[in-house]
Design a protein around this ligand. Structure first.
Ligand code: ME8
Length: 546
């Protein structure tokens, strides 16, 4: 597994593929937006490198079969309807995915059959009788150590972690020799723990972010690793891919689903030109599958390891994980209808983008975040682009394009310029560490600073000489240009309008163009802001008390 891979390998980012057994909720959008921010940041960091961005739906298994039965429809018909809702959610939220994969697609099935045969040929799959507690909700077996009694129903057992009801079952299964990979995986995570920070080209595997999740996985592996059941008898689960060579068995839905990261990029027919994923975004509920099963399968196939597993926490409602089975979900489409796409993206990135802690979804918080970005960006834009300021700035005595140091007032202006000049670097550093929330916070703080400065310098008034107005104007335009570039991954639609109004050409919208020094006196930036509205939505739904 040498790292002598050519640098023109596309940057490959993925989301989980969602179960379309019910409508998408805000948790699904968290994964989509997080991956989209990573993809879009990559495009402005390295515009020459293509980005492959995969999402899709996970359509097999008992959950889907039961959901369709409950509706009295054929499973595929049900999948068609709900898969389309996930696709629509992505389009609505401006998610720049390049591949939308469904596991019911023929080419996915071909990949699953191919991988199954390869692992069987390598002696890694065997037939066995499995006995244990099985949860239909979680679609997995639990060892007795992870099962406990139901709090009120004495004859019922539940899984300790998830609280899902489990039943004792005994059946013939095919198993994957997962236990053989325990040492290899532990050794692998020991190397990623050292995280080569110089790996700016992204060629080195960096393991699981944030660290808490990597530590949890190492602990889990240290406790032991059992072989994994990877099929179910057909009479129990008929809705899935038949085991190659044994149609009496159906491939386990997780074995099937995890291979989407390969089928989605054309493996094996188009080789491994896109493989491995550079960043895989997941929720912490599916950490084990992605941190243990997938790397073991990948290693067993002798492919290169995925590089980074970026894990986020959960949105809760009433302190309980928002989930389809509980029904305590917030509707992402309604939130975008009410507050605008970019306001919702901003809230998800800023709060959900901290990844470590569960957060209770709150419409009040959403409204506050919508107000914040509107006030610090849209109102700033309106203040800066007033003709009064332009007219006063034109009367300045200096012909220098350097913002001049006029008095104490202007040293604060200089401070802002220094912060701005450095912003691209700081945002890149945070993004390199997958700290999406911090990256956005850095931009927001500069905007707050800029707003405060504008209020102090009052470039529209006669309180200070025109030279002050000029310096202030130049700085303000630079603030808009630079924050506009760096906000593209987070609030793409608003940034595009802003950069368009500032006449920043499309090839000057990358991180490389975020140093101070673009705005020439005399209007290097010709602005036509008539009719430009950065936010389409009214200030908020109802009244804000903030
Ligand atoms: O697990 N908060 O699909 P799924 C934040 N098909 N994110 C949440 C969330 C919440 N309350 N609820 C869900 C599956 N998510 C499998 C994945 S991948 C090969 C197969 C997000 O529809 C989060 O990313 O249950 C979580 O991991 C994913 O949706 C699970 O979606």
């Amino acid at each position: 597994h040498s790292a002598t891979q050519s640098t023109d390998k596309p940057f490959y980012v993925t989301t989980p593929i969602f179960y379309p057994n019910a409508r998408p909720h805000i948790g699904h959008l968290q994964s989509l937006v997080t991956a989209d921010i990573i993809a879009r940041f990559q495009r402005i960091l390295n515009p020459a490198r293509p980005v492959v961005f995969l999402t899709g739906t996970d359509e097999h298994g008992l959950k889907m079969q039961q959901a369709a039965e409950a509706q009295g429809v054929d499973p595929l018909a049900w999948c068609d309807i709900l898969s389309a809702e996930f696709r629509t959610l992505g389009e609505r939220a401006n998610i720049s995915a390049t591949v939308f994969m469904r596991t019911t697609q023929r080419r996915h099935r071909d990949t699953v059959e191919y991988v199954w045969r390869m692992l069987a040929d390598r002696g890694l799959i065997y037939k066995d009788t499995y006995e244990g507690y099985y949860s239909t909700t979680d679609e997995c077996f639990y060892p007795s150590s992870r099962v406990t009694s139901h709090p009120t129903r004495a004859d019922t057992k539940i899984a300790t972690e998830t609280g899902s009801v489990v039943e004792w079952s005994s059946e013939v299964n095919y198993k994957l020799r997962l236990s053989q990979f325990r040492e290899v995986l532990l050794a692998y995570y020991a190397t990623t723990a050292e995280r080569n920070v110089s790996a700016e080209d992204g060629l080195v595997s960096r393991g699981i972010y944030p660290d808490v999740y990597q530590n949890a996985v190492v602990q889990d592996l240290s406790a032991g690793l059992e072989d994994l059941s990877i099929s179910r008898p057909r009479e129990r689960i008929g809705w899935g891919i038949p085991v190659p060579g044994d149609p009496s068995q159906t491939v386990y839905v997780w074995f099937d689903a995890l291979l989407v990261y390969l089928s989605g990029v054309g493996y094996p027919s188009s080789g491994t030109t896109v493989w491995p994923p550079d960043v895989q975004v997941i929720g912490k509920d599916i950490l084990r599958f992605h941190a243990i099963y997938l790397p073991a399968i990948v290693r067993a196939m002798n492919l290169e390891m995925p590089k980074t597993l970026l894990t986020h926490a959960h949105w809760t409602a009433g302190q309980k994980k928002m989930s389809k089975s509980l029904g305590n979900v917030a509707d992402p489409i309604a939130a975008m209808d009410d507050y605008g796409v970019d306001a919702v993206r901003f809230y998800l990135a800023r709060v959900g983008g901290r990844f470590r802690d569960d957060v209770d979804w709150s419409e009040d918080q959403l409204r506050k975040h919508a107000d914040e970005i509107r006030n610090s960006l849209a109102n700033y834009f309106l203040r800066v682009t007033s003709t009064v300021i332009k007219r006063r700035a034109a009367r300045a005595t200096t012909a220098s394009s350097e913002p001049l140091l006029y008095c104490d007032l202007l040293s604060t202006n200089e401070e802002l310029l220094a912060l701005l000049d450095d912003l691209g670097g700081r945002v890149s550093q945070s993004m390199r560490n997958f700290e999406v929330g911090d990256a956005l916070q850095a931009i927001v703080l500069v905007l707050r600073h800029a707003n405060a400065l504008l209020t102090i310098l009052e470039p529209w008034s006669d309180a200070h000489p025109p030279d002050v107005a000029l310096s202030c104007y130049i700085t303000a335009l630079e603030t808009l240009r630079i924050t506009g570039i760096l906000l593209q991954p987070f609030i793409p639609h608003t940034s595009e309008k802003l950069l368009g109004a500032l006449k920043v050409s499309v090839d000057e919208r990358s991180v490389a163009h975020t140093r101070v020094g673009k705005c020439q006196v005399g209007g290097g930036l010709v602005m036509d802001v008539r009719g430009v509205k950065l936010f389409d939505k009214p200030a908020n739904k109802g009244t804000s008390d903030s």
